[in-house]
Design a protein around this ligand. Structure first.
Ligand SMILES: Cc1cc2nc3c(=O)[nH]c(=O)nc-3n(C[C@H](O)[C@H](O)[C@H](O)COP(=O)(O)O)c2cc1C
Length: 416
């Protein structure tokens, strides 16, 4: 028999905890987001369909992106026990400078289309968190504007070698003059990938007002208010070169770029240079031998060649082939701090986040990007503690295995 009694008022009072309501709607919304996927849900609600799909989508059947995310989900961690880790150190030394966390912000084009604060929000949040920010050639804030938003932190510049080479050389000189310390030379876009969502949405820059976009705009008035009352959306660093957005975009893709271009850019660039978009072991070794400072294993977030290799799967073999003294970074599919920890364990020196940052931006501008970084930081720290490591250097391949649903059949696929 259960004994029953009348509750005492003092006991009831102890149970009642009324929190002060949060009056700042943006903060309330962002605080409720516990994962990057939560930020994505908010972003979808607040951003016009065409802009959200441009960000969220990938090429063709979007298999590369789905597989990359799946590969991270298939990680199995192997914790050590009874290894005290009262504090964790998440800082790393990368390309000659510090980063408070093992990830930086990846270059993305058209960023102010997602939310009007765009790159300024990204660079400001990166500065506050002590991590690097990368500006795209197709950025919507100028090189100098990013420098102003992150005057003391690390800025990196991503270069597309344009058909008119002089434009790229000029951008390289400008980024160097503004104190950017690393150049990312992107090599996975000889032609544009087929983004089918954009075709279906009739996506255009600037957005066209059709009946569909007007209906879609009704529940998203703030995005339109921002869009209509802030400076024109343009490729800010390229605007002085003339040409429409379409022409400039077309000119950014050149199927003739080669190692010869890499040599020219290296001579122009005083800082570190990394090649972004490397997708096999042979190219990784060749680039190391060519003397670049590092590589980014990436398939451009699945936005170029669909069914491209999963960068996370390439990582252990690339690390083995290039040895320990060469910088290997990775991106594509990172949605959780644990993905970053697993990458470091398998040999990555650093990682980049694309959409995770943009979901935060669309969910709440600068505060949203702060939230993205905070979520990833918490996940990284917690995963490290649960694994029993107190610094990133302690992570090793033995901490990670993979459930084998998607492992390539033979090495021959990766080593040509
Ligand atoms: C909307 C969007 C625009 C992008 N624009 C560029 C770009 O201009 N230059 C570039 O090198 N990579 C670009 N990328 C690729 C990212 O730098 C990065 O490789 C990719 O987003 C990583 O995958 P994730 O989004 O799953 O993190 C873009 C990615 C997205 C999502």
């Amino acid at each position: 028999m259960v004994q029953r009694q009348l509750p005492k008022p003092a006991e009831l009072f102890e149970l009642m905890q009324f929190k002060k309501p949060e009056l700042d709607g943006r903060k309330r919304r962002l605080d409720a987001a516990l994962t990057i996927y939560d930020l994505r849900t908010i972003a979808k609600r607040r951003t016009p369909k065409a802009a959200f799909d441009y960000t969220d989508g990938a090429a063709e059947g979007e298999l590369s992106l789905a597989r990359a995310r799946q590969a991270f989900e298939d990680v199995e961690f192997h914790p050590g026990i009874l290894k005290p880790a009262p504090t964790v150190d998440t800082s790393v030394e990368i390309l000659g400078g510090p980063s408070a966390l093992p990830f930086g912000i990846a270059p993305t084009g058209f960023t102010r289309l997602m939310q009007t604060e765009g790159e300024v929000a990204g660079a400001g949040a990166a500065a506050a968190a002590g991590i690097p920010f990368t500006l795209s050639t197709l950025g919507t804030t100028s090189i100098e504007g990013v420098k102003a938003a992150n005057p003391h932190g690390r800025n990196w510049f991503q270069l597309y070698v344009m058909r008119d080479r002089e434009i790229s050389y000029e951008l390289t000189r400008r980024a160097a003059a503004a104190g950017f310390d690393t150049l990312h030379f992107t090599v996975d876009t000889p032609v544009a990938g087929a983004r089918l969502r954009d075709k279906r949405n009739g996506f255009s820059i600037p957005p066209q007002l059709t009946l569909g976009t007007i209906v879609n705009a009704i529940p998203r008035p703030w995005w339109w208010y921002d869009f209509l009352t802030t400076p024109k959306l343009e490729f800010a660093s390229l605007s002085t070169t003339g040409g429409t957005v379409g022409e400039l975009l077309d000119a950014a893709m050149d199927p003739t770029i080669s190692y010869a271009d890499l040599d020219v850019i290296r001579d122009l660039w005083p800082g570190k240079i990394v090649v972004k978009g490397v997708q096999n072991v042979e190219d990784s070794v060749r680039l190391k031998d060519a003397g670049v400072d590092g590589i980014v294993l990436s398939n451009h977030g699945g936005r170029q060649l669909d069914r491209a290799p999963i960068p996370f799967h390439l990582l252990p073999q690339v690390r083995k082939a290039v040895g320990d003294d060469f910088t290997v970074m990775i991106d594509t599919g990172i949605m959780n701090g644990a993905d970053i920890v697993a990458s470091v364990a398998l040999g990555a020196d650093f990682t980049l986040i694309g959409r995770a940052y943009l979901y935060g931006l669309m969910a709440g501008g600068r505060q949203g990007v702060d939230r993205t970084i905070a979520i990833l930081r918490t996940e990284i720290e917690r995963t490290m503690r649960l694994l029993g490591v107190s610094s990133l250097a302690e992570l090793e391949p033995a901490h990670v295995t993979q459930l084998t649903r998607m492992v390539p059949l033979g090495e021959s696929i990766l080593v040509r």
